[in-house]
Design a protein around this ligand. Structure first.
Ligand code: TA6
Length: 318
């Protein structure tokens, strides 16, 4: 177990009087979402479908990229925001693994989650953050997903909005009699102004699997990653816990990992963007970059009753 220097601090159930965040549930069925807004104006929107964060606004405006053709009706995974990838990242192993029958990126991003409630700081005067909890368990899975991965588990996903940051942390519990293996990743689509002016730092010297080059392994030799074509790289293990997105020479986002050793950098560029039906506009690849923290190199194993926890804190630096 990695040392959890970035473990989230506790928040408690709100006292009735707390003049804190406004939390609303809107929409119905698969398009239901939870919207939280801080008195200082920051906000987050979470679709119950996939527990997908689809908007995060702070002083600098919208921080996440969401395709204009993203399905927000539960018909398919959301193209944009922060899809939750579990229990397998990418295409599953062809056969012989418990996840082999699952679709790409697993079932969490295409399942209906339950809103478990909000919590704010005990100090009624501290209106600076709000935590929203979402749950998914084997009993709330669709029949398909259950038959594809018939293991007993419980997930709690906590989304904490603060003035300049958004924290998203998963808690995975093995509720069954037998051990299981899983992978987890937060497929975050960050909004940027111009991909040609973006550099990503914090990965120097780290090994990566390049999915554009037949999944060959390389080592990051430049201090920063510049993107001028399709990029699909799985970095890890990463010693430094912060990856920074720099735009036009100015730091724009810090992404701080908590108990997760890997990060995938993805931009589909022209052709792949055009080829995805729910990716719009086609030029949208110029305004997004995926920085996806996770535990995806190999498998995490949980025995009966064991728990895994990990996540990220994204900071808007504008
Ligand atoms: O995380 C990067 C990646 O695995 C790419 O290989 C690409 O497939 C992307 O995810 C999008 O996957 P999706 O299943 O959402 O189309």
């Amino acid at each position: 177990m990695v040392d959890r220097a970035n473990r989230p601090s506790a928040l408690n159930a709100p006292s009735a009087a707390a003049p804190g965040a406004q939390v609303d549930i809107t929409g119905s069925g698969a398009s239901s979402k939870v919207i939280a807004t801080l008195p200082s104006g920051e906000s987050v929107e979470v679709l119950l479908f996939g527990a997908t964060v689809i908007s995060w606004k702070s002083g600098g405006g919208e921080n996440l990229w969401l395709s204009e053709k993203a399905a927000l009706d539960g018909s398919k995974a959301v193209r944009g925001g922060v899809p939750v990838v579990f229990p397998v990242f990418g295409p599953p192993p062809k056969e012989g693994h418990a996840t082999s029958k699952l679709p790409q990126h697993g079932f969490a991003r295409t399942s209906r989650w339950e809103f478990l409630g909000k919590s704010t700081s005990e100090d009624a005067l501290d209106t600076s953050s709000v935590k929203l909890d979402f749950g998914l368990s084997s009993s709330s899975l669709s029949e398909d997903a259950r038959s594809q991965w018939p293991l007993d588990f419980g997930l709690i996903y906590s989304v904490t909005l603060s003035k300049d940051s958004l924290q998203t942390v998963i808690n995975v519990r093995n509720e069954g009699e037998t051990s299981f293996e899983f992978q987890f990743l937060l497929h975050t689509y960050l909004r940027i102004k111009d991909i040609t002016k973006v550099e990503i730092t914090g990965l120097l010297g780290v090994d990566y699997i390049d999915k554009v080059l037949n999944a060959t392994t390389h080592k990051q030799s430049e201090p920063s990653i510049k993107i001028s074509g399709e990029v699909d790289r799985v970095y890890g293990p990463i010693p430094q816990d912060t990856t920074t997105v720099v735009e036009d020479g100015k730091p724009r986002f810090d992404v701080v990992r908590d108990n997760l050793q890997d990060t995938t950098i993805w931009n589909p560029w022209t052709e792949k963007a055009k080829a995805m039906g729910d990716f719009a506009p086609d030029s949208g690849f110029k305004e997004m970059v995926c920085v996806e923290v996770g535990a995806v190199n190999g498998w995490q194993k949980l025995d009966k009753g064991e728990v895994f926890e990990g996540g990220q804190t994204m900071k808007s630096l504008l």
